[in-house]
Design a protein around this ligand. Sequence first.
Ligand code: GDP
Length: 331
Amino acid sequence: MRKRLSKDEYVAGVLEGNRMILSRAITLIESQLDTDKALAREVLETLLPHTGNSVRLGITGVPGVGKSTFIETFGKHLTTQGKKIAVLAIDPSSQISKGSILGDKTRMEELSRDPLAYIRPSPAGISLGGVTHKTRETMLLCEAAGFEVIIIETVGVGQSETFVHGMVDFFLLLMLAGAGDELQGIKKGIMEMADLVAITKADSGNELQARQAKVSYENALHLFPASGSGWYPKVLTCSAMTQMGIDDIWKTILSHRELLQQNGYFFNNRKQQNLAWMHDFIKQTLEERFYQNPQIQQELSSVESAVTEGQKLPIKAALELLRLFEKSIYS
Ligand code: GDP
């Protein structure tokens, strides 16, 4: 068995940018053991003053749109400039399959061998809320380890995008030309969250179609109300194959950052995100404690059958259980 590391060893290792210790610290964060959780909290708390300095970037798009190819090209573009980048994934499928698809290293083969890049698969087997919480903590660890750009990748089909939007500074939506939004399975709400829509695969004779799609997305984005940050979402075309447009995307991210840092929205957004994180954690912990409470576990199935049999109003049943829970924690 590996020697257990102390808090100081974790902290020093992460601050040195030691990847082996960073990986172990992330594993500690993902652990469900109470002793590990307590140590993880201490490590994070000590590292907190060293966090917050990265460009936090969310990337989404339906499977097949070209996310991993884009991240590989975009990531190499940044590491060539000497930037350290980390790629994390929020992968709803890993909760079902108990294995990670998104964070799979073989998907970004070249980038995963790059000494300036760090790719971490999504933790499997815990709830989406749990993964979100752990991804936030992992992001802080990566910042303390000196990563300058943190990419959080997710499949653009469900709730995970809202979670990602709640933890990044900039939200990039990848789309394809020649298919309507509905065909691409992208929900309107996701379009609304985008700071930049990039029409990818604009190569191999697909360039004109991509430019046409750019115009129609620009028109669609105009219909959304302004975000209040002073930033108007942009649409660009790019190709992860030829690298066309990749640098423009990076420059757009930087100009968004500059504008929002100047008008104060950037820091305000991060403050609000921290508050939301706290509230999410409260809700999640309350729910876990409720369902893990021995008295609730004892009573739950009989109350459930009373509800399904129509003998009890669902709200009344819920209130009874909540009262039982409150009593058990205050007694
Ligand atoms: P993901 O599921 O969103 O991660 O998509 P992938 O990155 O795995 O890409 C899906 C397919 O699209 C693969 O066969 C890629 O080779 C191809 N692809 C990705 N980006 C580009 C691009 O910029 N141009 C072209 N022509 N093909 C691309």
